[in-house]
Write a new protein. Structure first.
Length: 456
């Protein structure tokens, strides 16, 4: 991507979003394929991987939002033609993501058992849940490095290359699952442990491919010289974006963990339904994530080239497309819910409950599609703290609070919990739209640009 493309092409965000969408879809399938394939081995094990993935999704999202700061800064320096800072940003990011990944791995091994007990994971799936988390969590550093290299490639608009790696990773994971879950030749069936091992090896393979592409496609250098003396100002800029964003995602996913605790009250049938509904919900909003990532890169580029008016237009056009796609997919999921849930199970209770959840999901997606786009774009324009505050307030007040009220106290079950989550997304989305319309971010961008110019 160059300045002319960012300024003049109305389709640049869409073109960038398509490979990101395919990449995210396939990355999502790496986790969800485990749940789908294990369901044919043992339906209860779906709940085990679902509970474990709540923790791993939390980890992955925290690493992802921290790598977003790498994408934003590199895109901004490309936009301002300040290429001398790019290698410094990347090397500092490697250090930051590496340290965070190691700390996360330590936390997983120390707190896996008490966390799952607190979540009230049923005894029948407790050991499998723990095994899956410990195997996948042991290699968090691989995920952190993968995301750092992917962030750099996205900044240079090599989305198709990152997508190709995701395709290969997904194929490797499926083949690994086929062999390890059910056993093959001299390999005994390993069930959940096999799914975890397959997922881990596919990520290692993906990282190797990502490093190869990085070395061939970019002019970024990996060297200790960019860390001597240590670039504290660059680290500060990365953390300025990454910490509030990470705190927001951490808070949101912790709230989802509490919500999963409520779901666990209702037994394995409801747990399994929740897992299947979450998988389908991912398909509804994953394009919103893709187009918001593409928009964030373009907006960061435009901010770097000081074109704030066009950056604002890109945000609004992205929001409209995000909502249309997300709601259209959710409507199709509702219309064909029995057929779609039938891919996973023939249990009539799950089919009936799942259809009710997808109806509520339609309203939830109105707010979520707004939040996904607005949060990323507000971060790109230097308004980092407000989205984090809103998420912490709304997710816990409405998602957890009203989810518990409707689901547990009023005894509406999973439907009540989903209504609480829908309230959170819609209220938060409305407030973030008002925040962007006030244009307070314009002043933040101009002040930041003055600071960078003063530092040279």
């Amino acid at each position: 991507m160059n300045i002319a493309e960012a300024k003049n092409s109305n389709s640049i965000v869409f073109k960038m979003s398509v490979p990101i969408f395919i990449e995210l879809l396939l990355q999502m399938l790496v986790g969800n394929v485990d749940q789908i394939m294990i369901g044919h081995f043992n339906e209860n094990s779906v709940g085990a991987i679902g509970n474990a993935n709540l923790i791993m999704n939390l980890v992955i999202i925290v690493l992802s939002v921290m790598s977003v700061s790498t994408t934003i800064l590199i895109s901004r320096y490309l936009g301002s033609k300040n290429t001398g800072k790019i290698s410094e940003v990347f090397n500092t990011s490697i250090v930051m993501l590496g340290v965070v990944s190691i700390l996360i791995t330590a936390a997983i091994f120390l707190f896996a058992t008490p966390v799952f007990k607190w979540m009230q994971v049923p005894d029948i799936i407790f050991n499998e849940t723990k095994i899956y988390l410990l195997i996948v969590g042991a290699f968090t550093i691989i995920q952190g490095l993968y995301m750092t290299f992917a962030a750099a490639l996205r900044s240079y608009a090599f989305m198709k290359d990152v997508m190709l790696v995701a395709v290969i990773m997904n194929i490797a994971n499926i083949l690994g699952n086929l062999i390890l879950i059910n056993g093959f030749l001299f390999i005994a069936p390993m069930g959940v442990a096999g799914a975890a091992i397959s997922t881990t090896f596919s990520k290692v393979f993906g990282l190797i491919l990502m490093i190869y592409l990085f070395c061939r496609k970019t002019n970024i250098h990996i060297s200790k010289k960019y860390l001597k003396p240590f670039p504290w100002h660059t680290m500060k800029n990365l953390l300025h974006i990454g910490v509030p964003s990470g705190a927001e995602e951490l808070s949101y996913n912790l709230s989802q963990t509490v919500i999963m605790k409520f779901v666990n009250y209702f037994g394995t049938m409801v747990i399994t339904t929740k897992v299947y509904c979450s998988i389908l919900a991912n398909f509804a909003y994953i394009y919103s994530v893709a187009i918001s990532q593409a928009s964030q890169i373009v907006v960061s580029y435009l901010i770097g080239s000081n074109n704030l008016k066009l950056a604002s237009k890109k945000v609004w056009s992205t929001l409209i497309v995000s909502m249309v796609v997300s709601l259209s997919i959710t409507l199709l999921l509702y219309i064909f819910s029995d057929n779609i849930f039938g891919i996973f199970t023939k249990n009539p209770e799950i089919l009936a409950l799942g259809k009710k959840i997808i109806l509520v999901e339609f309203f939830l997606e109105i707010g979520r599609s707004i939040n996904i786009v607005m949060v990323r774009c507000l971060i790109a324009v230097e308004d980092v703290k407000f989205p984090a505050f809103m998420c912490m307030f709304s997710a816990w007040t409405f998602g957890v609070g009203f989810g518990y009220l409707f689901g547990v106290v009023i005894n509406m079950g999973l439907v009540g919990i989903w209504i609480g989550m829908a309230m959170d997304e819609c209220i938060r989305g409305f407030i973030l739209i008002l925040r962007f319309k006030t244009l307070g971010w314009v002043k933040k961008v101009k002040n930041k640009r003055k600071e960078e110019l003063a530092l040279g």
